[in-house]
Design a protein around this ligand. Sequence first.
Ligand code: FES
Length: 134
Amino acid sequence: MDRKEFLSQVGLGAASVLIPICMGGLSSCKKIGVTPNTDFIIDISTGALAKNGGFLVSNGVLIARTNSGTFIAVSAACTHQGTNVNYNASGNNFICPNHGARFDSNGNVIQGPASASLTKFNSTLSGSSLHVFA
Ligand code: FES
């Protein structure tokens, strides 16, 4: 077997291993837990963050305003299969609508099937500008 023949067979072998992993469509190939953009400022004077208990997703980060008026920022994508989680103000936790995983206010798993925590980010409020950063 010459070099060209060898590389051709190795390349075909590698492709045959990789292709089935992504055969379920592009969504099955996405990366879970990719670090979102975590240095941005958001206006909290209007919209979901203007009232206690509201939340929104921006730049891959879920920002929640708790019932006591503080802000929490965590990675929005569930660590199980990537569905965006929701903020549950009454429990001050995060719930994935896909398979029911729950995360506490620090992003730690409190109920599976997710096994990895959400990433928690810092936030500082200046007037109506909330700075979210890693
Ligand atoms: S995608 Fe969140 S629990 Fe499955």
